[in-house]
Design a protein around this ligand. Structure first.
Ligand SMILES: [Zn+2]
Length: 169
């Protein structure tokens, strides 16, 4: 059985053949140093719980759908409001999705099914943040040596006073 990206496996997921890391400048992190993985979609087995670091940054910086990898356009840009408060900002690592991709993912993904959330239209007014990584945990988790450098991990989306938290809560 072959797995189809965008249907059986989200574009965002790491494949076992991509599961190694280096530190390289990344154009999706403003050319800052970042955790890098090779790009080999479909090689080995999908690791569903492990977003690919470069694709995660690409999806947020280019507003690409986390399920199929294509760009989302205004009017068909949806989002799961999953995140947490951090210093007066609502912060999230979720990238946007197309409506049809959200529907598909909701049926296919056990985490989303269990959470039972509905996707919402992508909220305006977002800021993009570069989340820095470092220290022994990073060196161990990614098998790299940060050595005190400023290294970006994921990109995050952040809002102040987001309407979607006030409404219906
Ligand atoms: Zn999509």
């Amino acid at each position: 059985m072959s797995l189809i990206i965008g249907r059986d496996v989200p574009w965002n997921a790491t494949w076992s053949g991509e599961d190694r890391h280096e530190i390289r400048p990344c154009r999706f992190a403003g050319n800052r140093l970042a955790i890098w993985s090779p790009f080999a979609l479909g090689s080995g087995k999908p690791l569903f719980a492990k977003p690919h670091t470069v694709r995660q940054r690409k999806s947020i910086s280019e507003m690409r759908c986390t399920v199929c990898g294509e760009r989302t356009e205004f009017g068909n840009r949806w989002w799961w409001p999953r995140g947490s408060w951090r210093n007066d900002w609502w912060v999230s690592t979720e990238a946007p999705v197309h409506f049809a991709c959200a529907e598909l993912a909701r049926h296919a993904c056990p985490v989303l099914r269990k959470a039972g959330h509905d996707p919402i239209p992508f909220p305006e007014g977002e800021q993009v943040l570069f989340a820095l990584v470092g220290g022994e945990d990073t060196d161990r988790d990614f098998g790299v040596k940060v050595n005190g450098r400023k290294v970006v991990g994921h990109l995050k989306l952040a809002w102040r006073a987001p309407w979607f938290l006030q409404e219906g809560s």
